[in-house]
Ligand binder design. Structure first.
Ligand code: CMP
Length: 144
């Protein structure tokens, strides 16, 4: 499969734990190149828009409160099969069910405060990347 892109978010709980570097390390170890990266504080509106697909879920309000509780690092990752690969590296949504050695098993707290986000499909990834980045924000490496 050709290189594809996915959206990753390092969530407020991981920033509070001081593990940005360790999470980026997992990306790099797995040949996921960071092609855009931005630290930001999400507004309520931005977080609600991002998670709009979950707006009818019982946890939506708490999820928005959590995602706006501190800064996040939003990243575009590129690599072979990047969407599936980043989801594998992250592990299951619930850290208590995530495979040993995954990001969420190692750095997540609970099903809500689960350290990272990753797009669930190539089409979603395109929309999520565009929600945070302009095309001109995404770099190209000379040494591909
Ligand atoms: P994420 O992969 O970013 O996608 C949706 C987020 O909602 C998920 O990670 C968790 O942070 C949160 N979430 C999913 N399921 C639940 C749940 N049952 N209770 C609370 N939060 C949840």
């Amino acid at each position: 499969m050709a290189a594809e892109r996915t959206l990753a978010i390092i969530k407020p709980d991981a920033l509070e734990k001081g593990v940005i570097g360790q999470i980026v390390n997992r990306m790099e170890e797995n040949d996921l190149k960071v092609v855009a990266m931005r630290m930001m504080q999400l507004s309520k509106e931005k977080a609600e828009g991002f998670y709009a697909v979950h707006k009818d879920k019982p946890f939506f309000g708490e999820l928005v409160t959590f995602m706006t509780s501190g800064p996040v690092v939003v990243m575009c990752l590129e690599g072979k099969d990047a969407v599936a690969k980043w989801r594998t590296v992250m592990g299951a949504t619930d850290p208590s069910k995530a495979a040993e050695g995954t990001v969420r098993a190692d750095f997540g707290t609970d099903i809500q405060c689960n350290a990272t986000h990753g797009s669930d499909a190539a089409e979603t990834a395109k929309q999520e990347i565009a929600y945070f980045f302009e095309n001109s924000d995404i770099v190209k490496y000379e040494w591909n």
